[in-house]
Design a protein around this ligand. Sequence first.
Ligand SMILES: Nc1ncnc2c1ncn2[C@@H]1O[C@H](COP(=O)(O)OP(=O)(O)O)[C@@H](O)[C@H]1O
Ligand SMILES: [Mg+2]
Length: 262
Amino acid sequence: MSEPILRVQDIRKSFDGSGVLRGVSLEIREGEVVVIVGPSGCGKSTLLRCINGLETIDSGEIRLHNEVISGRKKDLHLVRQKIGMVFQSYDLFPHMKVMDNLLLGPVRALGRPREEVEKEALQMLDRVGLREKADVYPRTLSGGQKQRVALVRAMLMNPELLLLDEITAALDPEMVSEVLNVVIDLARGGMTMAIVTHEMRFAEAVADRILFLEDGVILEESDPETFFHSPKTERAARFLQSFTYASRRDGAEKQSKNNPQG
Ligand SMILES: Nc1ncnc2c1ncn2[C@@H]1O[C@H](COP(=O)(O)OP(=O)(O)O)[C@@H](O)[C@H]1O
Ligand SMILES: [Mg+2]
């Protein structure tokens, strides 16, 4: 097996004295897709933000290709270039056309030739079904289209690791799958990713491994089959049940008529 790309070792992080990450360790290998799930407020975003240096950690260590990247200030931008991140809200620059948004990082930060990046950007826009949107402003795009552009922008930086934090959480339901399909396509292409999502069917489909985070610790680490069909902890089972309400409601109502304790 290949060496881990990312190695997170016993990291801790507090805000105002309360522990948000309370000793988290994980490894991600090349080409692996790790999905992190857990209840709201359990520390998922903080974990991703610590990994790409948007937050400092109180203790522990984060290594990228065996090189310590936590606790660095001087060359943090070099780390960020190797780790891409896409957030819930589309953070495209509104005053710049789609193509200019895409060129900004690779041309300005990496110093790559404009024409070369432009060609690559068009190919990638094509791949996500947005080739004709290169010359429009972000405000003319739907939320789903903006998130696909945000994914292209992250990929154009050629990251070794891509972090996705609930990238469909702000979207209307009909736009969710067009974005998640792009992520599945990236996974098939071998992109190494850590994904936070509440889309459980997507999680099951895309993940090589599931981490269940609860109150700042990893309670459960499983392959998706095990996690979704026979979770090891009672807490994870309860968490998963909260997602099945809609589809089970009919059955539950029928059952509660027969069984008042329901
Ligand atoms: N910058 C911050 N300052 C203070 N508290 C924060 C900050 N960021 C996150 N928190 C707190 O840390 C906890 C975990 O937050 P977060 O990582 O965003 O959880 P999740 O993404 O799992 O919903 C929450 O209680 C949140 O209020
Ligand atoms: Mg979050």
